[in-house]
Design a protein. Structure first.
Lengths: 200, 268
């Protein structure tokens, strides 16, 4: 259970309280500039922000930021890469290899060069990279935006399995059908504030 | 040993003729660099004439306090130059404090040890040795530090996404900054590495040339030059490492976040 007592950044973000139960998915939408990315960044403590956040009763400030971010994995809309080949980004090659079929990538994908990856390949490899860290919660910013329908369906199956294993998702998406399929709670963010969606 | 051949004002005027020809060409071709070229030449002349007067006076009045005062002024000027050369600097004077601080600690310690042990001049603060040596240490360290810090900030800007990707996967700030720091160190070390590699083969350093021109034995001049290159190399390397690490510490925080908000906006 993720408990947020409100995340605040002066003038930018004032989320108000919300919770996320284990095994459930929260879908978040909002116009660009409404604060979706700011909220996700604040949750993983990547920007200075105020507010108590705890996971399973453990407050985030009670542990090093690095440990917190291994529990909450945030995938930005555009992933960052620091080495030239894909495999250098995977701390557990075997685990990464095992996940490739689930995101419709061939076994040799780990040997690909990062500059040659398409946007969709980057997105899926960044997902693999985050999943092998075994996070409790995935924070996803438009995770299937660059994928074809077949890959999108595969990634959604992966998400469903993740939820079934008792883990949780926060999903930023403009795809209403996807939110419908995965999410039990749907929230809108406007001017840095979370609002309950009128009808689910 | 022959005394140096004295130079007259007319000699200096003649020596400047090629510089003036270049400036006139620049004006005709509208290169847009002539003004700063001439200003720099005039600045150099005035500064050197002034320092000649000051050094003469300092040498006649050997005093610990006067040498320390001169050294402090040189440090403040070097610290100012370091932060003035930054594209983006740390907000609220941090660049000045870190730059001046590292130069003070690294260059002063290296100089003091060198003066008291290897050169063994009595008293150690004799301005005839302390001031020119300190100037050489500071000049080189200042260049190294400015390049290192510029390299660091440029990479931080370009690599923001890659650094944050590592932080998001649970790396701490030092792990995530490692490639960026390596790049910054390379930039800062480049001039001193190049200058040590080229010394004696391509370039005869100014100090050694000056000593030889002033009539000293080349072997004596060479030994001095090696000592000077060692202490320049040492103080520059220490200053680059310390200033880059301190700045990296300042643009991150204890929650392992990248804090580019602590940098000023880019200069236009």
């Amino acid at each position: 259970m993720l408990e947020v007592e409100g995340l605040r950044r002066p003038g930018l973000l004032d989320s108000g309280p919300f919770t996320l139960a284990s095994g459930s998915c929260l879908a978040l939408r909002g116009a660009s500039g409404a604060g979706k990315s700011l909220l996700l960044r604040a949750l993983v403590d990547l920007d200075p922000n105020e507010g108590r956040v705890s996971l399973g009763g453990r407050e985030r400030r009670s542990m090093p930021a690095a440990a917190w971010r291994r529990l909450l994995a945030y995938l930005p809309a555009e992933s960052g890469w620091w080495a030239s080949d894909v495999a250098s980004h995977m701390h557990d090659r075997a685990a990464a290899q095992a996940l490739l079929p689930a995101v419709k990538l061939p076994p040799e994908a780990l040997d690909w060069q990062v500059p040659r990856l398409s946007t969709g390949e980057r997105q899926r490899l960044a997902l693999v990279r985050a999943l092998i860290q075994k996070p409790e919660i995935l924070l996803l910013d438009e995770p299937t935006a660059a994928l074809d329908p077949e890959a999108e369906a595969a990634v959604e199956i992966l998400f469903t399995g993740f939820l079934a294993a008792g883990k949780s998702l926060i999903l930023v998406t403009h795809n209403a059908a996807q939110a419908e399929r995965l999410a039990s709670t749907r929230l809108t963010i406007a001017k840095g504030r979370l609002l309950q969606e009128a009808s689910a | 040993m022959n005394p140096p051949i004295p130079l007259t004002w007319l000699d200096l005027l003649l020596a400047s003729s090629f510089l003036l020809i270049a400036a006139i060409l620049g004006l005709i071709m509208q290169l847009g660099v002539t003004r700063s070229f001439l200003v720099a030449a005039v600045r150099m002349t005035v500064q050197l004439l002034l320092i000649g007067q000051i050094l003469t006076w300092l040498f006649l009045n050997t005093s610990l306090w006067l040498t320390l005062a001169a050294g402090t002024l040189m440090l403040l000027a070097a610290g100012y130059e370091v932060q003035a050369r930054q594209e983006r600097r740390l907000a609220r004077g941090w660049s000045y404090v870190l730059g001046t601080g590292t130069l003070t600690v690294c260059c002063s310690i290296v100089l003091f040890i060198s003066l008291t042990t290897q050169i063994g001049v009595e008293p150690w603060y004799d301005p005839r040795y302390a001031i020119p040596l300190f100037g050489m240490l500071l000049g080189n360290a200042m260049t190294g530090v400015s390049l290192g810090l510029n390299g660091l900030v440029a990479r931080l800007d370009a690599d923001t996404r890659a650094i944050e990707a590592q932080l998001l996967l649970g790396a701490d700030r030092w792990q995530a900054l490692r490639p960026t720091l390596r790049h910054a160190m390379r930039s800062g070390f480049m001039p001193i590495v190049n200058s040590m590699a080229a010394t004696g083969l391509i370039s005869l350093p100014g100090m050694m040339s000056g000593q030889i021109l002033a009539g000293n034995d080349p072997n004596e001049a060479v030994r001095y030059q090696i000592l000077v290159m060692f202490i320049i190399g040492g103080s520059t390397a220490l200053s680059v490492v310390a200033s880059v690490m301190l700045t990296a510490w300042r643009v991150t925080d204890t929650r392992d976040r990248l804090r580019l908000d602590r940098l000023s906006a880019a200069k236009k």
